[in-house]
Design a protein around this ligand. Structure first.
Ligand code: ATP
Ligand code: MG
Length: 327
């Protein structure tokens, strides 16, 4: 079984220096990974990783020792410094924040894949904030400032990518911070809380057992703490479409940051920001500081005049023309 996984990864090893040349050998003209037997893997990260994602070592899935092997044999930090003149520096730095977050048990393995989907859309957007995204960000901030009980939901990717920015935005709009995870474990929740507290958060909700839920939702994302239950406006990032839908059914307004204008989340949310969270959040904090003293009537003029569907169409056509430009 394990050998099979190693073979399936051999093409990956061919194109990547991830494992280093010394860990390859040529067999019958094909490069194969030299992977130790599962029980030969000695690394503290097996324990860290299994607890990070709520699995006991005994109940680990067959791929687990391989994941451990990859992580323990790869000095991720050694690859984290990208030369200042590298043409893809900004994008690589962001990736390294995520791989570092995986190593620390903050990001779930599937979070890397979710980021990849976002990156592809960002590439087509030209990796900058287009005017329609800036418009959505300003309207979203107006909505959050006008809210009576706003909440900002944080997952592993956001905690790894921009903890300071999410804490700053929540503070600027007077929102609570709540951890919400699809791949939930107590350890991962606590680590995300710690990262947010170190970034300046005063209180982080959504850690530990909770009796309340988002009705209708069956995944771990259904768990809800007081701020989400009571909120009138919820900010979500890299969210699932079904949670967005069920939050809306609870009568809440949902603001989503999602680089894919076609995702269920983007389509279902009350207000969608098609931008990368690493750019969107600092901009939103800037808007919040400039609108902080505005009364509800003035704020309502900003979000009330915003047409989400029309804005999504602009974002989608920008991506389509980005596709043509890159041909
Ligand atoms: P949905 O459930 O809404 O249909 P999905 O299943 O396509 O979404 P998920 O894996 O649930 O996607 O969530 C990842 C979403 O987050 C994707 O739409 C992706 O484009 C987006 N995304 C990933 N990284 C970022 C980022 N850095 N900033 C903003 N959005 C991102
Ligand atoms: Mg989804």
């Amino acid at each position: 079984m394990f050998e099979g996984h190693a073979q399936s990864l051999s093409s990956f090893a061919n194109v990547s220096s991830f494992f280093g040349k010394e860990r390859r050998k040529v067999e019958g003209g094909q490069q194969r990974l030299r992977v130790p037997a599962a029980d030969a893997v000695q690394s503290p990260s097996l324990e860290v990783l299994t607890s990070a994602f709520g699995m006991s070592a005994g109940g680990a899935p067959p791929l687990w020792p391989l994941t451990d092997y990859i992580i323990s044999r790869t000095d991720i930090k050694a690859h984290m410094s990208v030369p200042a003149n590298h043409p893809r520096k900004a994008s690589l730095d962001v990736r390294h924040r995520l791989t570092g977050g995986l190593e620390e048990g903050i990001v779930a393995p599937a979070g890397l894949i979710a980021h990849g989907r976002g990156e592809a859309f960002d590439y087509l957007l030209g990796e900058r904030t287009p005017v329609e995204a800036a418009r959505a960000e300003r309207a979203a901030v107006a909505l959050l400032l006008a809210a009576r009980k706003p909440v900002v939901c944080v997952n592993g990717n956001v905690a790894a990518l921009c903890p300071g920015d999410v804490v700053a935005l929540a503070s600027a709009v007077g929102a609570e911070l709540e951890v919400n995870l699809f791949y939930r474990s107590g350890g991962r929740e606590r680590r995300i809380r710690r990262v947010l507290m170190e970034a300046g958060a005063k209180r982080v909700w959504g850690v530990g057992p909770r009796s309340r839920t988002v009705p209708g939702l069956s995944s771990e994302r259904a768990r809800a703490d007081k701020p989400t239950v009571e909120a009138d406006v919820v900010l979500v990032m890299l969210e699932d479409g079904d949670r967005t839908e069920y939050l809306m059914r609870m009568g809440k307004k949902v603001v989503a940051v999602d680089l894919n204008p076609l995702s269920r989340t983007a389509r279902k949310a009350s207000l969608t920001i098609v931008d990368n969270v690493v750019r969107a959040l600092p901009r939103m904090t800037g808007y919040a500081r400039s609108m902080r003293k505005w009364n509800r009537g003035r704020l309502a003029l900003v979000y009330g005049g915003f047409d989400n569907k029309a804005n999504l169409r602009v974002a989608e056509s920008r991506i389509r023309s980005g596709l043509k430009r890159r041909r």
